[in-house]
Design a binder for this molecule. Sequence first.
Ligand code: IPM
Ligand code: MN
Length: 366
Amino acid sequence: MAKDGLNLAVIPGDGTGPEVTVEALKVLKAVAAKEGFTYRTTPFDFGGERYLQTGKVLDDEEVAGLKKFDAILLGALGHPKVKPGILEKGILLKLRFDLDQYINLRPVHLFPGVDTPLKDKGPQHINFDVIRENTEDLYAGTGGILRKGTQQEISTQEMITTRFGAERCIRFAFELARTKKKEGKGKGQLTLVHKTNVLTYCGDTWFRTFNEIGEKDYPDITRDYNHVDACCMWFVKSPEFYDTVVVPNLFGDIITDLAAIIQGGLGVAAGGNVNPDKGGVSMFEPMGGSAPKYTGQNVINPIAAIGALAMLLQQTGIKQGHAKLSKAGDRVEAAIKKTTPKMKSQAAGKMGMGTKEVGDLVCEML
Ligand code: IPM
Ligand code: MN
């Protein structure tokens, strides 16, 4: 953080993205006043609307321009008039890859008063973190189509694992498990999720890397392994078993949606695309999409976006060694936990109050 404060890039994006971003920024303003730090925000209009008007998705210069910020807050991307894939690949995935945000950090914590579809489970049971690798695997985009449109069409898409990519992700996960244990927030357990019984090459690299690093550098952390299909069952049956989970990109995409629904759904689930390296720029986002049908009606739940802000403050604070930011992040998280019990539901249109009122309430609870 520079002398003139936290320097944030804001990408409100499409649909309900701008509405929830406004609430997150409202909370930022309030918490900055309370904790005594200054900040600046610079908005960027990347998204479906700009694409439809100008044909521009996101170019290298624009990505380079984002590198001078301390962090990025993203609302949502996705426009009903834009073909699926263009904005996702052209903006979201491009940012993750070009800014080398190799960690997708997904806290799965059931907040007080939030309904889970899991019978007899409460906040004490649903309280873990998923670390998803964010730059490799089937997302790397290698492969192609031959003889397209003919009966002989052939397409391939390859699962890419590098030792380097698996290792940096696994190390981040072990570190998180250790920190949580030290802070009394976890039992010191890391679960690797893969499919080593079928994916005998990529799975092997992950499995060996996980065990080598764990044995050598993290003997204090218990190692555990789940096949991804079994993990889907266990998340539902015994979520309380999990502490920290590390998983490659595509499996991580899938299990974190499952995790999002058990923590109360897309209204509350937030995530971070983190580049933990010095000088790296991370991006935080609510997990939900742009929800076009709810746009502009003051009915969408901003808790996930406010949660993304809390993560942004916590992670930027940790990375830059700014205790005030970390404290501000914790404060926002605590305020969210005091707000959710006052809401009727976390679903859009059923909260018992509007988007703006939820934002106001979080500010009050700070
Ligand atoms: C997510 C999303 C993205 C992903 C899409 C929008 C490309 O589903 O952040 O989980 O697959 O990673
Ligand atoms: Mn996803």
